[in-house]
Design a protein around this ligand. Sequence first.
Ligand code: ZN
Ligand code: ZN
Ligand code: ZN
Length: 143
Amino acid sequence: MLTEALQVLKRGGYKLTKQRKSMLEYLSRFKHQYVDIKTIDAHMRKIYPTMSHNTIYRNIKEFEELGIVETRRKAGGASVKYQCDFDNVHHHHFICRNCGHVQEIQMCPLEVFADQLPGCLIEDHRFELHGLCANCQRKLAKV
Ligand SMILES: [Zn+2]
Ligand SMILES: [Zn+2]
Ligand SMILES: [Zn+2]
C-alpha cells in the first residue's frame, strides 16, 4: 500500500528514514479519514521519544508538498490524511459530518469561478462538500 508514497519520496530525492517510513505506515491507515496533526505527533513520539515536534511537523509538510498526504486547516489546528488518489492528486472531497468519512470528488469547479473573475489570477483554492454519507443516512434513519 505504501509503494506509491515510497516511489514519490525516492523521486523527490528524499531518504527513507525509519521514522519517515513508520510515519507513512501510520498515515496510510487514514486514507478516508482525517486525523488530527496532534494525534500523529503523539503517536510518533510514543515510538520515537527523541523525535522532536519540529521534525514531525516538517515531515508532514514535506509529505504534503510531495502530494503524499492531504492537509486540511481549521481554527482548531490542521488535520492530515493519506493521499487518496496518487494518479489524480488535485481533487476535492465530500466529508461526512457524522462519521468523518472522506470521499473523493474528481471534478474541480475552478473554471466556473475563473469565468466570473476576468483578468484575475487565482493562485489557490479550497473546495469541500459536507453532509451525510449514504451509510450514516441509513443509520440515522433507523434510530
Ligand atoms: Zn483526497
Ligand atoms: Zn458517514
Ligand atoms: Zn480544484
